[in-house]
Design a protein around this ligand. Structure first.
Ligand code: DGY
Length: 326
């Protein structure tokens, strides 16, 4: 019997690719840049399964051209690059890679919080530029993280992992979330608050929400103006949750203390993005899950989800279970 055909839009770790031989016939986009749209449309048209990256748009146009497609396995926990309702209408399974990147992403959110608070990148540049001529009492003063109030926007797995770290820094934890998290309240003393209270009371806000029509632009001018003048906003979730132009004004005019960003409205962020000129904004190139262990786990999950779907089993990380009952 012919093996199912699969296209993988980037070379992922062997922990995943190594599971494919003998079970599917597969090809990989080998270039060091994302597959061009037209090429993706051509490749996808002939396959039963896709392993996609967050930089690949899987929309109606693509799905319409893929009569054989059964599974789209996204190599990411976020799946805002996929039109899930459109896939569901066509009976196509969509999967993601949760859990394996939770701790790495929480580590990076905490790193950004500390780096922004203690002006780490700015201080390093200061030293290397030769400006460090003396020790002095007011040199590069930052904000205290220990004992401060942390606002967690989105208390899912990653938000909870950040909150656990914050407990070790004796932080007072507030959270904004659709549903209460009694375990976090019990274990960490976290307190669920309305969005505006989170904005008003937090010294640091860390975003761990999915990008949806409800969260797009959630941190807009109004929200940023409501934050403390010293507060630091950290985003390791998705760029469009924050209005980037408003954030530039907020940081340059000191409505807030600064920001730590791993994600942007457009990625890679254009080098003429005004935020990149601000010393109180720490920026990283979307590396939240970029550890060896996390990426190996993501590759393994992406392959396991794909194979399960193609072999008629329920994929472990199915995003649209309705497909199985419709
Ligand atoms: C995700 O998984 O959604 C991250 O943004 C990349 O790991």
């Amino acid at each position: 019997m012919a093996l199912p055909k699969v296209y993988v839009t980037r070379r992922i770790q062997e922990t995943g690719l190594g599971l494919l031989p003998g079970r599917v016939e597969f090809r990989v986009w080998e270039k060091d840049y994302p597959i061009e749209r037209e090429r993706l449309l051509e490749e996808a048209a002939h396959v039963d399964g896709l392993i996609t990256m967050l930089s690949d748009r899987v929309d109606e146009e693509l799905l319409d051209r893929c009569p054989r497609l059964k599974v789209v396995s996204n190599y990411a926990v976020g799946f805002d690059n996929i039109d899930v309702p459109a896939a569901t209408r066509r009976g196509i399974l969509v999967t993601n890679t949760p859990d394996v990147l939770t701790e790495a992403t929480a580590d990076l959110a905490f790193t950004l919080m500390l780096a922004a608070a203690r002006r780490v990148v700015e201080s390093s540049a200061f030293l290397r530029s030769g400006e460090w001529t003396t020790w002095k009492p007011d040199l590069l003063l930052g904000a205290d993280v220990f004992g401060a109030t942390l606002g967690v926007a989105g208390m899912g797995k990653i938000g909870q992992a950040v909150a656990r770290r914050a407990k070790g820094f004796s932080m007072n934890i507030l959270y904004y979330n659709g549903t209460p998290r009694p375990d976090m309240e019990l274990q960490l003393g976290a307190r669920k608050v309305p969005f505006d209270e989170l904005l008003r009371e937090s010294d640091f806000i860390t975003i761990h929400l999915p990008l949806t029509e409800g969260t797009r632009g959630l941190f807009d001018e109004r929200a940023l103006r409501a934050m403390k003048r010293t507060a630091i906003l950290v985003n390791t979730a998705r760029g469009p949750i924050v209005d980037q132009d408003a954030l530039y004004t907020a940081c340059s005019e000191h409505w807030i203390g600064g920001a730590g960003l791993d994600v942007f409205e457009k990625e890679p962020v254009p080098l003429d993005e005004p935020l990149l000129t601000l010393p109180n904004v720490t920026t990283l190139p979307h590396i939240g899950s970029a550890t060896v262990r996390s990426r190996e786990g993501m590759a393994r999950k992406a392959a396991e989800n794909l194979l399960a779907g193609l072999e008629g089993k329920r994929p472990p990380d199915l995003v649209n279970p309705e497909v199985l009952t419709q």
